[in-house]
Design a protein around this ligand. Structure first.
Ligand code: SF4
Length: 499
């Protein structure tokens, strides 16, 4: 299927639906003497989070207001994920909670979006067992939310829509969830067909946004005070490949990253996820060249066995991976590398698993997301005969995490006593004077604010106490006092200015 860009005319139609709903909502709000609320529950990856931000932007335009809990909402959306079985399970658990809320509120609208909604089996289950669901739509249909919602609000029928796979849409409104980090999706879909992964079947083939559109979004974010930009794609390293088929002069990911890193006022730029097979020498040079690009790469190894990498359809060898990691660290001293690791892929022998442990020893990842293989219906690996028994998977998983925890702790311990710049992300729920932030190397630091630090008046309440919420998105200097496996503790030193 070829890539289709949603036309201006189609977007205008959606704006028309949005305005009709706005009018209906204004009348209803007047009648109820309160505004109408929406609540979105997001499962899965950051791309899903970014999709939820787009849905929130559309709902804002239709006159809904974000509310903190599902019980306060007139419309609840669950943005689902189908990558792992536990995300499925959590989603159905939440759906049960939403069902209870709906029991007391027959006028509550419930919508389901996201990858899982492109899976026929899941949709059939919802039709049969969850008849209270009003709307079902896939990631490709987000721009049609006004139209789908309008039909539901003006009709008693439920609306189920899963549209074309390979569409691209620009110009949707967005309601950003965070003040410090902005997510920018640069491409959709994936062409890689790793044999364990459902994404190419749920999100379609790779579609890259045009570079001017991405850069305009980044520029706008920087102008609006966002300090950290996160470029997102299932495989950012293949950004532009689809565009170059028609026009070889189109940029690749390295070109895009270099341009974004040079936008005046940008503080930090991150990207996720990099496929090792597509991490070009040019991209490594770019990462080494621009200080605004974070000194950190997330580079999924998955397995250290060439036999398993072949079975996973990963298109690199263990030796190639190790060479890339080595080169990256040599080009950008201090660069941290995090990874994804899967244990218990079908056919994985003890020898294969030991090769993964040996590769971890060789590379010494600074952090890792570790997974037990999750059998996803519709993927080739789900049909492989040599599935590994649960006990073996659990045993390997605990050996894998023990080793990684050792490496993560050692990597964090190297920072004890050092001064680090952190971008402040938020406050502890239990103590508003304990803040957290991330270093350029993507390490989480928790620290307490001293009462007597001379914060400028703009960071204080009228009674003189520190307004810690205002510090989100600011840059602080912190001395690392203690390393833990998954985070660091620090002592506040000073607030750093950023033009
Ligand atoms: S690169 Fe592989 S694991 Fe990643 S989204 Fe694509 S198919 Fe899935």
């Amino acid at each position: 299927m070829s890539i289709r860009t949603i036309t201006e005319q189609e977007l205008k139609q959606q704006t028309q639906y949005s305005q009709w709903i706005l009018k209906m909502n204004q009348e209803r709000a007047q009648f109820l003497n309160r505004s109408l609320g929406y609540h979105i529950i997001t499962f899965g990856c950051q791309q899903n989070e970014n999709d939820s931000e787009r849905m929130a932007g559309l709902l804002d335009e239709m006159g809904y207001q974000a509310v903190a809990t599902p019980r306060e909402a007139d419309l609840i959306l669950l943005n689902t994920c189908s990558v792992r079985e536990n995300a499925d399970d959590r989603f159905f658990g939440h759906l049960g909670i939403v069902k209870n809320i709906r029991r007391d509120r027959p006028d509550l609208i419930i919508g389901l979006a996201g990858c899982l909604m492109t899976q026929g089996e899941a949709v059939a289950k919802i039709r049969q067992s969850y008849p209270f669901v009003d709307l079902v739509f896939g990631p490709q249909d987000i721009y049609r939310l006004p139209e789908l919602l309008y039909h539901r609000l003006t009709d008693t029928r439920r609306v189920y829509e899963v549209g074309e796979d390979d569409t691209l849409v620009e110009g949707l409104p967005i309601h950003r969830a965070r003040k410090h980090r902005a997510l920018v999706t640069i491409m959709h879909g994936c062409n890689n067909f790793c044999t364990y992964c459902i994404v190419p079947y749920t999100r379609g083939r790779e579609r890259s946004r045009l570079m001017p559109d991405v850069l305009a979004e980044v520029q706008d974010l920087v102008a609006n005070g966002y300090k950290e930009i996160m470029l997102l794609g299932q495989n950012v390293n293949s950004y532009g490949n689809d565009l170059q088929k028609d026009d070889p002069t189109q940029p690749d990911f390295s070109d895009l990253l270099a341009k974004a890193a040079q936008i005046p006022g940008i503080y930090r730029i991150r990207f996720m996820t990099s496929h090792p097979k597509d991490l070009s020498p040019k991209l490594l040079d770019t990462i080494a060249l621009y200080p605004a690009i974070e000194p950190h790469i997330h580079l999924p190894l998955q397995s250290g066995s060439d036999r398993i990498l072949r079975a996973m359809n990963r298109h690199y060898t263990q030796a190639e991976f190790v060479a890339i990691a080595k080169k990256a660290r040599a080009l950008r001293p201090g660069l941290t590398i995090s990874t994804d690791l899967i244990v218990g892929f079908p056919g994985e022998t003890e020898e294969d698993f030991v090769e993964t442990l040996a590769t971890m020893e060789q590379v010494r990842f600074d952090a890792a997301f570790t997974f037990q293989y999750s059998r996803r219906t519709g993927t080739p690996a789900a049909t492989y005969p040599d599935q590994i028994d649960d006990k073996t998977v659990r045993d390997r998983f605990s050996r894998l995490t023990a080793l990684q925890n050792e490496h993560s702790l050692a990597s964090n311990q190297a920072l004890e006593g050092q001064l680090q710049e952190v971008l402040i992300e938020g406050r502890s729920e239990n103590d508003p004077f304990v803040l957290s932030g991330r270093t350029a190397h993507n390490r989480l630091v928790n620290f307490r604010l001293p009462d007597d630090y001379p914060f400028p008046a703009e960071y204080r309440h009228t009674d003189g106490t520190i307004d810690t919420a205002r510090l989100e998105g600011q840059i602080g200097q912190v001395r690392i006092t203690r390393a833990k496996t998954f985070s660091l503790e620090g002592q506040w030193e000073q607030l750093l200015p950023w033009a």
